[in-house]
Design a protein around this ligand. Structure first.
Ligand code: B16
Ligand code: MG
Length: 216
């Protein structure tokens, strides 16, 4: 018996690939500001909060707080334009199937995303009715790799961390899961998510029973 009663899903990179839209938003901002930024630099932003992402793009450039706020708002406007077309068809392969299996097994499911736009994306994906809780960029102050976001989700589910599996595509997310005492399922290359209890390239073809058996 695993004692697992719930799954906490990261959003971007796990349930949907909004990473490309985050990239295009940052790229447009960086180009406007004459900041060097490309796909390579973008890899370091996976799962990282909006503010931390901007600070990484700025490197050692120091800017006043109002300019930082303005740039974060501008990038978010671009991002919101890009995600307007997100629909149920954008769920990543295997994600909806796993959510449905979790529900059918009488387990709980939550989203734990650093994004302040998570609720909107969940709505557009049409999966709100499959979720028991959404913890997002408004829920806690300390971003991943701090465990706060996942602890918030577990508290909303009324469960201890050890009863929840965190599903993540980012190194910072796996770190956060481990720090909080959660089980973890990493999606992607071992170089990125190898610290997780269990690693799959993606959720495509991954069945609930398979996960529970391997975590046993
Ligand atoms: P926002 P996740 C993260 O989502 C993204 O991976 C990351 O690129 C983004 O900067 C962060 O959300 C904040 O998003 O600007 O919409 O608040 O992977 O935690 O679901
Ligand atoms: Mg992610």
């Amino acid at each position: 018996m695993t004692g697992i009663k719930a799954f906490i899903f990261d959003l971007d990179g796990v349930l949907v690939d909004t990473a490309e839209y985050h990239y295009l938003g940052w790229k447009r901002l960086a180009d406007e500001e004459g900041l060097p930024f490309g796909r390579l630099e973008n890899e370091a932003l996976r799962g990282i909060s909006r503010r931390e992402s901007l600070l990484l793009i700025l490197k050692d450039r120091l800017l006043p707080e109002d300019k930082i706020q303005e740039m974060m708002e501008r990038k978010n406007r671009y991002y919101l334009e890009f995600i307007r077309a997100v629909s149920p068809a954008d769920m990543l392969p295997g994600a909806r199937e796993l959510l449905l299996e979790i529900r059918a097994a009488g387990m709980q499911a939550a989203v734990g995303s650093a994004s302040k736009n998570a609720a909107q994306v969940v709505q557009q994906l049409g999966i709100a009715s499959l979720l028991d809780a959404i913890s997002d960029g408004f829920s806690v102050t300390n971003p991943k790799p701090a465990p706060d976001l996942f602890l918030h989700a577990a508290a909303r589910l009324g469960l201890p961390p050890a009863a929840c599996v965190v599903v993540e595509d980012a190194a910072a997310g796996i770190q956060a899961a481990r720090a909080g005492g959660f089980r973890s399922l990493g999606l992607g290359p071992p170089e990125r998510v190898g610290a997780a209890d269990l690693v799959f390239p993606s959720l495509a073809g991954v069945r609930l029973e398979q996960i529970l058996k391997k975590l046993d």
